[in-house]
Design a protein around this ligand. Structure first.
Ligand code: SF4
Ligand code: SF4
Ligand code: FES
Length: 314
């Protein structure tokens, strides 16, 4: 037996309700929810469609982690969490409509900000189509596999803090899918859009990558987009300058020069506004502007590792 502790929300009223189900062999969380709806409580509301991990409609949070409910076996989750009580909630960072149903309309509106449509190069025509080599297709095919389940945004720490200046991780996946598509005539157009959408505000916490049921690595897509902004000379912004300053420090000394990092990233005036933080860093011994910046004795090895990583990335 298992207890599904479900977060209910109906017409403004919130409560938590326990339902006990008999766990049959191979029973998924979705099957448990359907069993509850059919045999115990027809008012329980949730969404699903394909029941085959394809449509993305059934994602919920189980014990604080986003999951496709049609994919996860109840028995596996009981074994993972070492408890027969599983807490089921709607996805995080969404507006809840009812029970486990969340509102996708604002998300669809936000995804449009990255202009997620290929604009074919002029050499293509309606008659001949848009031909592409298998090698070029391989450059973005992974990201074409996004099923818009919302698991990544549910666990995104940046979205939890502030959604106004940062898009949902799947929007960046879509942007990378288009930017890396050799048929598109203007990758810069999409890159400018993702810069406006908060590309450099990602915390790089990797939660989106850890939770994506299709293993698409949204955090990796964000890193690829950042790299592309350098390639297309869209690097006159604080985020790019910050990344460049870190790169230069690591190459030159093998360590970070905290006392100059902000000046290089934001300029003297903005860095001056951060004086209180600089004082705190000095107080805990993390930074001393009077000392010359130390050079790691292994700096040549570190630079070689950076070069090898760059070559691998190419
Ligand atoms: S890596 Fe960035 S996009 Fe992914 S969950 Fe963390 S903050 Fe969000
Ligand atoms: S990137 Fe992954 S987790 Fe995010 S919506 Fe697409 S399939 Fe779901
Ligand atoms: S019901 Fe379609 S992915 Fe689960």
């Amino acid at each position: 037996m298992a207890t599904l502790r479900i977060h209910r929300f109906v017409e403004g009223r919130k409560w938590v309700q326990d339902y006990t189900v008999e766990v049959t062999k191979g029973m998924t969380v979705l099957e448990a929810l359907i069993s509850i709806k059919e045999h115990q409580d027809p008012t329980l509301s949730f969404t699903c469609s394909c029941r085959s991990s394809i449509c993305g409609a059934c994602a919920v949070r189980v014990n604080g982690n986003a999951e496709l409910s049609c994919e996860k076996l109840v028995a596996d989750l009981i074994a993972r969490y070492q408890t027969e009580t599983l807490t089921v909630e709607p996805l995080g960072n969404f507006r809840v409509i009812r029970d486990l149903i969340v509102d996708w309309d604002p998300k669809y509106a936000r995804i449009k900000k990255v202009k997620p449509v290929v604009h074919p190069k002029d050499e293509f025509s309606a008659e001949d189509g848009c031909r592409q080599s298998p090698a070029d297709f391989d450059k973005y095919k992974k990201y074409a596999g996004c099923i818009l389940c919302g698991s990544c945004v549910s666990e995104c720490n940046k979205n939890t803090l502030n959604q106004k200046d940062f898009l949902d991780p799947f929007a960046f996946v879509k942007a990378e899918r288009i930017t890396a598509d050799s048929r598109d005539k203007d990758p810069k157009e999409h890159l400018k859009a993702v810069l406006d959408a908060g590309l450099w505000r990602c915390f790089n916490c990797q939660e989106c990558t850890a939770k994506c049921p299709k293993h698409l690595d949204p955090a990796g897509a964000i890193e690829k987009l950042k790299a592309a902004t350098f390639k297309y000379h869209l690097d006159d912004n604080v985020g790019a300058r910050h990344a460049k300053a870190i790169y230069d420090d690591i190459q030159e000394s093998g360590t970070l020069d905290e006392s100059k990092l902000n000046i290089k990233s934001e300029g003297f005036f903005m860095a001056g506004l951060r004086a209180p933080m600089a004082l705190r860093l000095m107080h805990v011994g993390k930074m001393n502007p009077l000392e010359s910046h130390p050079v790691n004795p292994e700096v040549k090895t570190i630079a070689a590792i950076v070069k090898a990583a760059e070559k691998e990335e190419e």
